[in-house]
Design a protein around this ligand. Structure first.
Ligand SMILES: [Zn+2]
Ligand SMILES: [Zn+2]
Length: 322
């Protein structure tokens, strides 16, 4: 079975291998004569790049013109440095993603130190914080960074292939996450914002926006209100009912907010203690860190809403009922 499917005239979905989530990331090719535009580009691996190159020639392309990246996670941005840059494709990236690239994938040491401190103030034991803060290093190996030719604010109209697409800034999963929307065709290229099976990770951490959960939930409402006919996610299969999916995702976060409120109750807790009560001990280090960040996003949203109090000191951050 080919991993390349035509989903609309001149628009193709290509499924590339990744070593996490459900094992695949969907990227999209848009053709215009011999020129091809690409939305997201998979990781920087030989196999994945080979699949992109043969897909380009399979759709009759000889040149990659534009590369738009929904956000800078390795499965979406990893191969950017190979495909875009001088003499190659022009990279389009939201401006809130741009400052994340260098500390995350090039000069890691400062971010590793910053993450370690953030883990400690949130109640993670010293020995665990060491290992967790180091987990960033592995990810940088599958990413080749590139400088954007265009920094997006959101609300731009971009021509990809023969389609005009509007950039929809949808922060939450990442500060500068964007979806692309074709009102004419009713197509929403949703990146990691709206997935059919997974609930994307929404975390508070040193590189996130200060209140990612509220932003994420607002973005879901906005995207559902545009009433897309088909949603093309970066993971999983295309789906149709945005409103129903948004309902499920929102209900999931509401339940989690209730759980967190209940756990914090009258006791004063660190985010790590809350995460342990929510999810128990996890073996996978990466999952542990995601759980802490996800718990923190919920705690922060509850503090913003005045349901919890957030108590900060240089050496610790604690939460209690308001
Ligand atoms: Zn992502
Ligand atoms: Zn992803």
């Amino acid at each position: 079975m080919s991993s390349l499917t035509e989903i609309a005239a001149g628009v193709f979905e290509l499924r590339l291998p990744i070593p996490f989530e459900d094992g695949l990331v969907n990227v999209f090719l848009f053709t215009d004569g011999s020129e091809v535009d690409l939305l997201d580009c998979g990781m920087n691996s030989g196999e994945s790049l080979e699949m992109i190159r043969s897909a380009i020639s399979e759709v009759g392309g000889t040149k990659l013109r534009r590369l738009v990246v929904t956000h800078i996670h390795p499965d979406h941005y990893g191969a950017a440095g190979v495909l875009a840059g001088e003499g190659r494709a022009d990279l389009y990236l939201h401006r809130l993603e741009v400052p994340l690239v260098h500390p995350r994938y090039v000069e890691l040491e400062q971010l590793v130190a910053e993450v370690r401190k953030y883990l400690l103030v949130n109640g993670v034991p010293e020995s665990e914080a060491e290992v967790l803060s180091n987990s960033q290093r592995a990810l940088s190996q599958v990413v080749a960074p590139a400088e954007p030719a265009v920094q997006l604010d959101g609300a731009e109209t971009l021509r990809l292939g023969r389609l005009d697409l509007r950039v929809e800034w949808t922060p939450g999963h990442s500060p500068g996450h964007v979806c692309l929307w074709s009102a004419k065709q009713g197509l929403l290229f949703a990146g990691d914002h709206m997935l059919p099976e997974l609930s994307p990770n929404i975390g508070l951490h040193p590189q996130s926006t200060p209140d990612p959960l509220h932003e994420y939930l607002d973005g879901l409402q906005r995207m559902a209100a545009s009433r897309p006919r088909t949603i093309l996610p970066a993971h999983g299969r295309p789906f149709r009912d945005a409103e129903a999916r948004v309902e499920i995702l929102t209900a999931h976060h509401r339940r989690r907010l209730d759980q967190v409120t209940e756990i914090v109750g009258v006791r004063e807790l660190t985010a790590w203690e809350v995460a342990l009560e929510l999810w128990g001990e996890r073996d996978n280090l990466y999952e542990k860190r995601l759980a802490l960040q996800e718990g923190l996003a919920h705690l922060q949203a509850l503090a913003v809403d005045g349901i919890l109090e957030k108590l900060v000191a240089p050496e610790s951050v604690r939460w209690r009922a308001a």
